[in-house]
Design a protein around this ligand. Structure first.
Ligand SMILES: CC(=O)SCCNC(=O)CCNC(=O)[C@H](O)C(C)(C)COP(=O)(O)OP(=O)(O)OC[C@H]1O[C@@H](n2cnc3c(N)ncnc32)[C@H](O)[C@@H]1OP(=O)(O)O
Length: 204
């Protein structure tokens, strides 16, 4: 497996892989030639022939950067990486490139798109739908029947109450309590969460 990105987020992905029986880290790649090492692994700076048949995980915490890299790279992606301490219902659909950190919980009938991050201790309840490139930060709680659009981030310790629909490329601030639907690109904070501004996203 190739880890793309030698960041702090990548270190946590290494820990996920170490906790699993089915995968091992073969290569770590980073665009920055100054970055030489990640938790004991040598960092390389370009894809080579020996890597072409290896599955890759995008170890980039920023949702927009992860999105841009995924649209550019030709490599095939690994199936979801799930830390052995996470509690995952058998009845979920979690797609390629997504990562689930230690002590996360994902309950029944939930669908998680591609390249999502379910961070340490996050709870994603039943019947939730997360589109691609979503990040649920540490200790956040997404309750039942919530829908979260592409590229949105739920901040550390935030809570989203049942049935709420959150648009795409939204940022929910750390500790916010979301009690109503949130439009695309909004940045919300507080209890109850209110819009303070809109993200500028240049994906299209
Ligand atoms: C493993 C890991 O580390 S995963 C990383 C998880 N990361 C997070 O959870 C971070 C979530 N991000 C935040 O909460 C950020 O503060 C954001 C995105 C909401 C806002 O960040 P910025 O765009 O830099 O806004 P800025 O810091 O300028 O704050 C704007 C205003 O919102 C307030 N504000 C910012 N964040 C919050 C918050 N979480 N709750 C309440 N108020 C907040 C600020 O006090 C400021 O108020 P003022 O205008 O009255 O002075």
């Amino acid at each position: 497996m190739i880890i793309y990105g030698a960041s702090g987020h990548a270190k946590v992905i290494v820990d996920i892989i170490k906790s699993m029986d089915s995968y091992s880290v073969d290569f770590v790649l980073d665009d920055d030639p100054e970055v030489k090492e990640l938790v004991g692994f040598e960092v390389k700076h370009q894809l080579t022939d020996e890597m072409k048949d290896q599955k890759l995980v995008l170890a980039i915490g920023n949702n927009q950067t992860r999105y841009k890299l995924a649209s550019k790279l030709q490599q095939s992606y690994c199936s979801a990486l799930i830390h052995k301490s996470a509690v995952i219902s058998e009845d979920i659909d979690i797609r390629e490139g997504s990562v689930v950190m230690a002590n996360a919980v994902i309950n029944s009938s939930t669908v998680i798109g591609k390249h999502c991050i379910i961070n340490s201790g996050a709870i994603v309840e039943h019947d939730v739908k997360l589109e691609d490139f979503v990040h649920i930060s540490p200790n956040a709680t997404v309750t039942g029947n919530v829908v979260i659009g592409e590229g949105s981030q739920i901040g550390a310790g935030a809570t989203v109450i049942p049935g709420v629909q959150i648009g795409k490329w939204v940022t929910v601030g750390a500790g916010a309590i979301v009690i109503e639907d949130i439009p695309d690109f909004a940045v919300v904070v507080g209890n109850p969460a209110k819009i303070i501004k809109f993200n500028r996203i240049e994906n299209e």
